[in-house]
Design a binder for this molecule. Structure first.
Ligand code: SF4
Ligand code: SF4
Length: 74
């Protein structure tokens, strides 16, 4: 069995931060295993490289983070 999915989705899937809901608490930045989250001006931002583990979504008590599916940036 092969499982190469995680690498294949880099850059294509990711999480989206709702800046209206985000309080800048920083909880999500602490749990991200690949450290792609950062808080700037009290709003979380996601950089490239998210592996869609979902941890930040779980910890955000304000439900400001959602999974972004099939978004292709051009
Ligand atoms: S856990 Fe939620 S509210 Fe806190 S900084 Fe991250 S996105 Fe914003
Ligand atoms: S889903 Fe996982 S890898 Fe992506 S930003 Fe959230 S904690 Fe980081």
């Amino acid at each position: 069995m092969e499982k190469g999915d995680k690498r294949g989705i880099l850059g294509e899937l990711g999480v989206k931060i709702d800046t209206l809901k985000c309080t800048g608490c920083g909880a999500c930045t602490l749990v991200c295993p690949v450290e792609v989250l950062e808080v700037i001006d009290m709003k979380a931002r996601v950089k490239k490289g998210c592996i869609n583990c979902g941890k930040c979504i779980e910890v955000c008590g304000w439900m400001a983070i959602t999974l972004e599916k099939d978004k292709k940036k051009k």
